[in-house]
Design a protein around this ligand. Structure first.
Ligand code: PLP
Length: 759
């Protein structure tokens, strides 16, 4: 069962609303403007729904229009208000023309204000009303600004935090303005419908837009309340529907569905009362606090809708939490808009003055008033299961009980790579090329696993910044082992660094810097990979123009590396700008002509050094930027080869030796149940993207025609994995388009999704 906790984005459609919509499409399909019986029936239905909406909103007067949703309602209200201000100004009255809007309004409001202000050529001043730490409008600021204001926009409840505005406080300030200068007032009622009494008339609100799909009606139907006497300008004109205030044939199935929702609200069926909703919130709060002991709520619950919880978990990015919840079939939303690469801070939380740690990692959990006991109980159970998954992966701050780590893990920060090599047999590990941004997380991981830290190694000293190796050692003194480290962290007087079943040796490769080394990872089967620093990176060679570079030694170092690892030995680099994970000398030689000539013995050391310098200059890199370590042309990624689910089915049937790889992180894998697919169980393995490099040698040893199909939640990570394999020469690598998000759960869902995707 999916636990849908994103009701502030949209809600499912209530069964009786669906039935009403179907009936309106099936039997009562008339056009309410037609005067024959079919049309009259439609009009009667529409009138009845409008009357019901008036009762629910406790309206005696005013106009209530059906339109497509809140965004249209906001445009209509803003256009109406701005047109009135334009007329007033044109008549010579230039007082009170500022447009005020709450700093945490939904983007539809400030964008509509900007758009119409510009389009109407008004150029009226626009100002955001600041909010306090509690998310509420600063009423002192508003009091001071109101004498200049022509329009005030303040939402009833915030969609990200659930913070309820002090509408009575705002109304009192507006009432205190002289009658002819009382600004027009727009209150976005989207998140309040069915949850708060808005008292639109008593508060003398001029415009209030609503969206049906935030309260169990379908998308595409909304309402706009307009106070009697408030100025009005239609957004669209034509056939004169809705009393000529909003032309266009009405969305009758949407109106019918909205009517069914309003009926349920009026009759007190289907929806929980405020006390029950508050109790549901308390249960969810407790489950969240148990799962994430250091969680912080981003808004005071006493001021919020009981149906919205906005929180951050220090140290855990919103994206990680969202992926994990999604794997547990719990749908939540980033309180901030997460782009694929980087989380954007939430402007709502920023306006509240919360620190970046909270604004960039916020998560919103919202449920609708139709939620019931069973739903909340299951939601709490899943949240607790997420906490357990974090504990197994050392991602919780307390009570961790880790699964023992083994193998090579990669961490990336802005293209810089840090490697962790762990050996479960003797519970020892090594960190290579530590990064300051990761120190806290690595220290927590090390303490949680309780592994001995055999060394913290750098592949070279840096021209422009200090290594964070010493800081990491100091963070976990109790786990440190081995002799006094040299400048790069290698324990003095040791030839090889034993980890257990695997061990490291060193290879000097001066060039990028005069002290550069590669660390070679061996096991009983031979060389597994080389941590090669900046000498040869995916798509680029290291720079050699730092004061402590050794350009003339570079060529020899490449040859020494080639002798040690061979053309196809895996190189795990210190930088990877575009998700290539690892590379080989042969793959790089094919892309980088200078390297090709170096390996073929076609160039001398001095000429090589000169050409490398020229390449760095061509690339226009700053001389000493921390991330500007290489020189070379970015190469085009091969397009990912995507398979549909049907394609995967066919492949599993046709090629039984297919390997299907789940590249989601272990906490996601643990929480999710994959649906049955014939042949899948035999083909399936789990290799999280952070461990991809560990598995590369075994995949690259497979026959070239063996299909490797990667999948993840949405298809992004699996596309990276498939491209990495293709770049390294395994052409038969595929990504499952859309990931498990599009993986249907039942045969019926399967058929309907297939049909939908065909359209
Ligand atoms: N206002 C608020 C507070 C909202 O939450 C939303 C939707 O998220 C809107 C306006 C816009 O609603 P719609 O996209 O349905 O037009």
């Amino acid at each position: 069962m999916e636990i849908y906790l994103d009701a502030n984005a949209t809600t499912p459609v209530l069964p009786q609303a669906r039935a009403a919509a179907l009936a309106a499409m099936d039997q009562d399909f008339g056009n309410p403007s037609s005067i024959h019986s079919t049309g009259l029936k439609a009009r009667a239905l529409m009138d009845a729904v409008r009357a019901r909406a008036r009762r629910v909103l406790q309206l005696e007067g005013g106009r209530l229009l059906f339109l497509s949703g809140a965004t249209e309602g906001i445009q209509t209200a803003v256009l109406s208000a701005l047109n009135a201000l334009r007329e007033r100004r044109a008549s010579g009255d230039t007082r009170a023309l500022t447009l005020l809007y709450g700093a945490t309004e939904h983007k539809a409001v400030p964008e509509a204000l900007k758009h119409w202000n510009q389009l109407l050529g008004l150029d009226l001043p626009l100002r955001a009303i600041p909010v306090g730490r509690d998310g509420r409008h600063d009423l002192d600021w508003l009091r001071a600004e109101l004498p200049q204001a022509g329009l005030v926009c303040t939402m009833a409840a915030n969609n990200e935090t659930g913070v309820i505005s002090d509408l009575d406080g705002i109304a009192a300030l507006l009432d205190a303005q002289p009658g002819d200068l009382r600004p027009l007032w727009l209150v976005d009622g989207v998140q309040a419908l069915g949850k708060l009494a808005l008292r639109l008339e008593a508060r003398r609100i001029d415009y209030a837009p609503f969206s049906g799909h935030k309260l169990y009606a379908p998308k595409g139907i909304g309402l706009l309340y307009v106070r009697d006497g408030a100025p009005f300008t239609p957004l669209q004109v034509g056939g004169g529907q809705e009393g000529a205030l909003r032309s266009g044939t009405e969305n009758m199935s949407g109106i019918a569905a909205l009517g069914a929702v309003l009926a349920a609200l009026e009759e007190g069926r289907s929806f929980r009362d405020a006390a029950t909703l508050a109790q549901f919130r308390a249960r969810l709060t407790q489950a969240l606090q148990e799962a994430f002991p250091n969680l912080q709520f981003n808004a005071p619950q006493a001021l919020c809708l009981p149906t919205t919880l906005n929180f951050s978990v220090p140290g855990l990015p919103a994206r990680l939490l969202m992926d994990m919840f999604d794997a547990a079939d719990v749908r939540v939303s980033g309180g901030s808009a997460c782009s694929a690469a980087k989380a954007q801070p939430s402007y709502v939380l920023e306006a509240m003055g919360l620190p970046p740690s909270q604004t960039t990692s916020a998560l919103r959990l919202s449920f609708g008033p139709a939620a019931d006991e069973d739903f909340i109980a299951e939601a709490c159970a899943r949240i607790r299961a997420c906490g357990e998954a974090l504990r197994e992966n050392c991602l919780s701050i307390e009570d961790n009980h880790p699964l023992p780590a083994d193998g090579v893990t990669r961490f990336v920060v802005d293209g810089a790579c840090c490697w962790l090599v762990a050996d479960a047999s003797r519970r020892r590990c090594v960190v290579i090329d530590p990064l300051p941004q990761l120190n806290e997380r690595l220290a927590q991981w090390l303490r949680c696993q309780g592994y001995q830290l055999a060394a913290v190694l750098d592949t070279h000293t840096h021209a422009d910044h200090e290594s964070s190796a010493q800081a990491l050692r100091e963070a976990v003194p109790e786990l440190l082992q081995g002799g006094t480290p040299d400048l790069l962290g290698w324990p003095a007087a040791q030839q090889r660094l034993e980890l257990g079943r695997c061990w490291l040796t060193r290879l000097a490769i001066p060039g990028h810097t005069d002290d550069s080394v590669a660390y070679l990872l061996h096991d009983e089967h031979g060389l597994r990979m080389a941590f090669s620093g900046d000498i040869v990176m995916p798509g680029q060679l290291g720079r050699s123009d730092f004061p402590h570079s050794a350009p003339l030694a570079y060529l020899d170092s490449i040859k020494r590396l080639a002798a040690a690892v061979g053309p196809h030995g895996l190189l795990a680099p210190a930088h990877d700008e575009d998700h290539r994970f690892a590379t080989t000398l042969s793959a790089e030689a094919a892309q980088q002509p200078l390297l090709g000539r170096a390996l073929a013995g076609q160039i001398e050391a001095a000429a090589f050094a000169a050409e490398l310098t020229a390449l760095s200059e061509q690339a226009g890199l700053p001389r000493c930027g921390p991330m500007a370590c290489g020189a070379g042309a970015a190469t085009q990624a091969p397009p990912p080869q995507a398979l549909s689910l049907d394609g995967l089915r066919a492949l599993l049937e046709r090629a039984p030796h297919t390997c299907v790889v789940d590249v989601r992180e272990p906490y996601e894998q643990r929480l999710s149940q994959l649906p049955e697919l014939p042949g899948l169980a035999r083909a399936l393995s789990a290799v999280p993207l952070s461990r991809l490099v560990d598995a590369l040698p075994q995949w690259l040893a497979l026959p070239a025609e063996t299909p490797l199909v990667f999948f993840c939640r949405s298809g992004n990570r699996s596309a990276q994995a498939a491209q990495a394999l293709r770049r390294l020469g395994h052409e038969a690598a595929y990504t499952l388009a859309g990931g498990v998000a599009l993986w249907p759960r039942t045969a019926a869902a399967d058929a309907s999704l297939d049909a939908a995707l065909l359209v």
